[in-house]
Design a protein around this ligand. Structure first.
Ligand SMILES: [Cu+2]
Length: 136
């Protein structure tokens, strides 16, 4: 009797490990978001989001046509067509087309209802120059 229960437990553990392993392989560790120009800007590029632990995501932007001066960039709730104007997660400003930030949000959370947008400058933050929806 005791042996049977022990076997059942070990089978259950084995099944759990196999399912867990498959889930880990299926969950994407990284994704790329296309950044499209907005408001007649000439800026476009990509953002690469990479899992950094369970609750953090590394966000790397490469923007072509960006000025050498700082441009504010954030993750906002919503989509590029309908963006919540309040930033959800600030990113390091884009300088010369580059920005790298680790945000305190899981990649899984960020793929549910967020977008990355760039602003023309701190002075002209109301003018959006590029945007990309974060979705799988
Ligand atoms: Cu913003």
């Amino acid at each position: 009797m005791a042996v049977t229960i022990q076997r059942l437990v070990s089978i259950a553990v084995a099944v759990f490990v196999v399912i867990g392993g498959v889930a880990a392989v299926r969950a994407a560790d990284s994704m790329t978001v296309k950044l499209e120009p907005q408001n007649n800007s000439t800026e476009s590029g990509s953002a690469t989001l990479t899992k950094s632990g369970d609750q953090q995501t590394k966000v790397v932007l490469n923007v072509e046509g960006a000025p050498s001066t700082q441009q504010p960039v954030h993750i906002h709730k919503g989509t590029c067509d309908k963006l919540d104007p309040k930033p959800a997660y600030p990113l390091s400003p884009v300088v010369g087309g580059k920005s790298e930030t680790t945000v305190n949000a899981s990649l899984d959370d960020l793929t549910h209802g967020y977008a990355i947008n760039g602003h023309k400058s701190a002075q002209e933050a109301k003018t959006y120059v590029f945007c990309g929806n974060i979705k799988e």
